[in-house]
Design a protein around this ligand. Structure first.
Ligand SMILES: O=C(O)C(=O)C[C@]1(C(=O)O)C=C[C@@H](O)C=C1
Length: 317
């Protein structure tokens, strides 16, 4: 990416003090750019589609709660956007209250719906009588507590200072070491160059339901030694039993094995949406199986060409 096409405005799920903002602050390209908060994930994505911003950051997957359905559905079926990068952020919650509030005063706890199940046991043990209330983000929950609407919010401890709240309990979670994966989005563009530690995201639309349809899709990956990192079925909305498959897998569309698998998907699916090839945040290098390196595909294509034109190739070592 050149200095000229570096994003100048990034949209994120606000208000200020969300985990999404914390993720955005770790994006090198976002340093020096304007950070623009929006109230919901669809509003963030629409701002990018309407060209109010040049890039956007949204949560896609949490290690405890799984994928974020709103993000998946929007990216799978909304006007196309492209993932160009990702950020992994350790997520640990704090119970934020107005100064002077004791644990026994907490009768309502607000949070983003994805935060509550991550803290369910802790809440049952520590504030068993408190009722849970949904907020559009954890920072919005903190804002509501500051405004006196609820007694406590589950949010990042970094949100306390921003909303004039106190941290009543820290490091709240039912499962330790939770991580949320955020994706960096742009309007459709050429994918960033391959790094050797990449991930690709596609959405496969099965079309007519038939025996072995999912197996057909998975075979395209398995025969080329491609490891899936996430597969999630979501309803298309076109009636009961109509599903699409969101798939994240190792490799870049510039890799021959990935391009061949995508061509295979294109042949067996009613439709395939390419959502992006981008560097993995954890830099995990895929194991490339024998016979699936770029050179193997090049050699095989040369061999077919030789067969078709009646030439002979040297003996393969
Ligand atoms: O509410 C926030 O702070 C957010 O940034 C949203 C969000 C999410 O949508 O998953 C981000 C990370 C946490 O897993 C919980 C909530």
């Amino acid at each position: 990416m050149t200095a000229d096409d570096r994003p100048r405005r990034f949209a994120y799920l606000g208000p200020r003090g969300t985990f999404t903002e914390a993720a955005l602050l770790s994006v090198p390209d976002a340093a020096g750019a304007e950070h623009v908060p929006y109230a919901t994930v669809p509003a963030v994505l629409d701002a990018l589609r309407r060209e109010e911003v040049d890039s956007a950051v949204v949560a896609l997957e949490n290690s405890v709660e799984g994928s974020v359905p709103t993000t998946l559905d929007e990216l799978a079926t909304g006007e196309p956007l492209q993932i160009v990068g990702e950020v992994h952020l350790p997520v640990s919650f704090a119970l934020l209250v107005r100064p002077g509030t004791a644990m026994s005063d907490v009768k309502t706890v607000a949070s983003h719906p994805i935060a509550q199940p991550q803290c369910r046991r802790w809440l049952a043990d520590n504030v068993p009588d408190a009722e849970w209330r949904a907020a559009t983000s954890n920072a919005e929950a903190a804002q509501h507590v500051a405004d006196g609407h609820y007694d406590a919010a589950l949010a990042g401890s970094f949100a306390a200072a921003r909303y004039g709240l106190s941290v009543l309990a820290e490091d709240i979670h039912d499962v330790a070491d939770a991580v949320t994966r955020f994706v960096i989005l742009r309007r459709p563009c050429p994918p960033p160059p391959a790094t050797g530690t990449d991930r690709t995201t596609v959405v496969a639309f099965l079309g007519e339901d038939h025996v072995g349809a999912l197996l057909e899709i998975l075979t395209e990956f398995s025969v080329r030694g491609i490891n899936l990192t996430l597969i999630q079925s979501r309803p298309t909305g076109a009636g009961l039993g109509s599903y699409l498959f969101w798939m994240d897998f190792e490799g870049h569309v510039a890799d021959a094995r990935v391009a061949e698998a995508l061509m295979g998907l294109r042949r067996v699916c009613a439709d395939v949406r390419f959502v992006g090839s981008y560097a993995r945040a954890d830099r995990v290098r895929p194991e490339i199986r024998r016979g699936t390196h770029d050179e193997d595909f090049t050699e095989a294509a040369a061999w077919i060409e030789a067969v078709r034109t009646g030439k002979t190739l040297g003996v393969r070592r």
